[in-house]
Design a protein. Structure first.
Length: 175
């Protein structure tokens, strides 16, 4: 392996396991409120997507919309264990990508939330890049949730991530 400038070269990237995106954060609110924020699209739309077609209930298929990006996707709800766990299959580009939320109530009335996104396919480098992007995205989601539930502030983190459109990383559009 050699590195020249910002390019790292190797004969091939070899993975010993399929990457997973993970993110977790303490939310200083009771588990019932934190859980409801992900199940109820009226709340979720204040920190993640623009709108959802319905609540997360076992067996349901819901549509999630990010209107600011002209993007939508479906999620099939696999499991909902009240105040403990949500498992959905996120349907993106003909791929089924599981996302699991786990909720850990704490004695002080706070909740630790973890999110794990798996199922990445393709070439090893593409899987790693998708896992990194997903980790970034779910970290923003949890930070937005924290702002909303703890401080009643909508931080607009997801919409502000790409102010010039989905995928446009140029912070200076006039350049």
């Amino acid at each position: 392996m050699s590195q020249k400038g910002s390019t790292l070269t190797d004969a091939a990237l070899v993975l010993t396991e399929v990457p997973a995106a993970t993110s977790a954060m303490l939310i200083r609110r009771p588990v019932s409120e934190v859980f409801a924020a992900f199940v109820d699209p009226a709340i979720t739309s204040k920190f993640w997507f623009t709108r959802g077609s319905g609540p997360l209930e076992p067996g349901a298929t819901v549509d999630w919309f990010w209107d600011m990006y002209g993007f939508s996707t479906q999620a099939s709800v696999v499991a909902v264990n009240q105040h403990r766990r949500i498992l959905v299959d996120w349907l993106v580009d003909d791929a089924v990508l599981p996302i699991e939320w786990r909720f850990f109530p704490r004695p002080d009335g706070t909740t630790f939330v973890s999110i794990k996104h798996t199922g990445f396919t393709g070439e090893p480098q593409a899987m790693v890049q998708e896992a990194i992007r997903s980790t970034e995205g779910f970290t923003l989601v949890l930070a937005g949730l924290k702002g909303l539930l703890e401080h009643e502030v909508s931080l607009n983190l997801v919409s502000d991530r790409f102010p010039d459109g989905l995928g446009n990383l140029n912070p200076n559009p006039g350049a």
